[in-house]
Design a protein around this ligand. Structure first.
Ligand code: GLU
Length: 421
């Protein structure tokens, strides 16, 4: 096992991955400095009053890391422990992700430092609206376009859209201010499922390259939210046996394959995996270590580290979450021969379909679910193929290949625009 070199946060992971890439690409110091720093970094404190009359004290963050290739794009993370540093790291990841998947956006991210599970829906709406009013001047179709991320969902994006058009006194806005909205409000069919499905398409593509029959594989999924639950259902459709799943409430293992439809029903009723009768209860992180072919970490950041990477047995790991692996954890698994599909590729399906929503709204037309799914499938396979070919020809990992391609595109964009403002 290698010794631990750097701290284990999203920010440190993102900076480390960028610095390694900059070295491989031999970027000039001037360019490195220009790319590393976020373009805009905002922290605001709010004290909105909830419907029960209580005030809450909430810090919110917006970071626009880069806008070389287009307006900054990235979700809103709502969690009690989210920090400005996390948002800087995640925002930087969005810059490479949008460049790699090939959509005309830069990278951005926002954070709301509040645990959404502690308030009613109405209470959450108050916080979301307070956030929107506070950051209004930093949002816009040509500036920063938010979307859902951990702790936020379609309904929240609907409130944001309403708050923005209400503030301008108009029924609609000119252009797309937020993606991941309810379809009735200009959202796009298939956006909610896009990240989980896109992640599975990259696994499918990996299996094809490696000569693995996906219908003979066993999969474990960490996280059963928007990404993990969709990924589990989608990979099961391809015949893989999903034998282990976890969320914050616990983990469940069934060597015969879990009944995912029953599990989704259980989670919808009880709020979590805990108590599901169709398997053996295990601790949440045990799911990372089960004997399986495919592992999809789709929960939080920094789950696989130098401390536990040697316990992971999967041959293919597709990062459904952002930064679920620290660089040290990654190094151990790569040395063991695991095929790791990095987050900026594996979970880019979400932002790709956000781009379709953005264009749909700009052009005021409707795309069908079939169109969306076909385009998502084609794009994920195409980009996977490019990253795979690069990794083979340069003899680097899939992570390094994805980072090289994403960072190089941003560097090329900066040079094409001109280095001086
Ligand atoms: N939050 C998602 C991500 O990390 C989606 C971002 C978006 O659609 O803008 O990729």
């Amino acid at each position: 096992m290698t010794s631990k070199k750097i701290p284990e946060g999203i920010f440190e992971t993102s900076i480390y991955n960028f610095q390694q890439t900059a070295k491989r690409l031999k970027l000039s110091d001037k360019l490195i400095a220009r790319i590393m720093e976020p373009k805009e970094k905002i922290e605001i404190t709010l004290n909105p009053e909830k419907p029960d009359g209580d005030y809450v004290h909430v810090k919110v963050f917006v970071v626009r890391h880069n806008d070389t290739l287009g307006p900054s794009k990235g979700g809103i993370r709502m969690a009690s422990d989210v920090t400005l540093d996390d948002i800087c790291g995640l925002s930087m990841e969005m810059t490479w992700k949008t460049a790699l998947i090939g959509v005309p956006f830069g990278g951005g991210k926002s954070g709301i430092q509040f645990d959404p599970t502690t308030v009613s829906e109405a209470g959450k709406e108050v916080i979301i609206r307070a956030f929107t009013r506070a950051v209004l001047r930093h949002i816009g179709p040509e500036v920063y376009v938010p979307a859902p991320d951990m702790g936020t969902n379609e309904a929240d994006m609907g409130h944001i859209r309403d708050c923005i058009s209400y503030s301008s006194g108009k029924s609609i806005t000119q252009g797309c201010f937020v993606t991941g909205k309810p379809v009735i409000l200009g959202g796009i069919e298939g956006r909610r499922e896009a990240t989980g499905k896109g992640c599975v398409y990259t696994v499918q593509a990996a299996c094809q390259k490696m000569g693995i029959d996906i219908s003979q594989t066993r999969t474990a999924v960490q996280g059963f939210g928007n990404v993990g639950s969709v990924a589990a259902l989608e990979i099961a459709k391809l015949g893989s046996k999903v034998i282990a799943v976890s969320d914050v409430t616990g983990g469940i293992v069934n060597e015969q394959g879990l009944d995912l439809v029953a599990l989704v029903d259980h989670v919808n009723v009880s709020g979590g995996i805990k108590g599901f009768a169709g398997g053996t209860d295990v601790a949440s992180d045990e799911v990372l270590y089960v004997d399986c072919d495919i592992l999809i970490p789709a929960a939080a950041q920094s789950q696989i580290t130098a401390q536990n990477a040697d316990k992971v047995k999967a041959k293919i790991i597709a990062e459904g979450a952002n930064a679920p692996m620290t660089p040290d954890g990654d190094e151990i698994l790569y040395a063991k021969g695991a095929f790791i599909i990095p987050d900026i590729l594996a979970n880019a399906g979400g932002v790709f379909v956000s781009y379709l929503e953005y264009t749909q709204e700009t052009q005021r037309e409707q795309m069908t679910l079939e169109d969306v799914e076909q385009r998502l499938y084609n794009r994920m396979f195409k980009r996977f193929g490019e990253v795979y070919d690069y990794s083979q020809s340069k003899k680097v990992s899939m992570r390094d290949a994805a980072m090289d391609i994403g960072v190089q595109k941003v560097a090329d964009g900066i040079i094409a625009r001109g280095l001086l403002p």
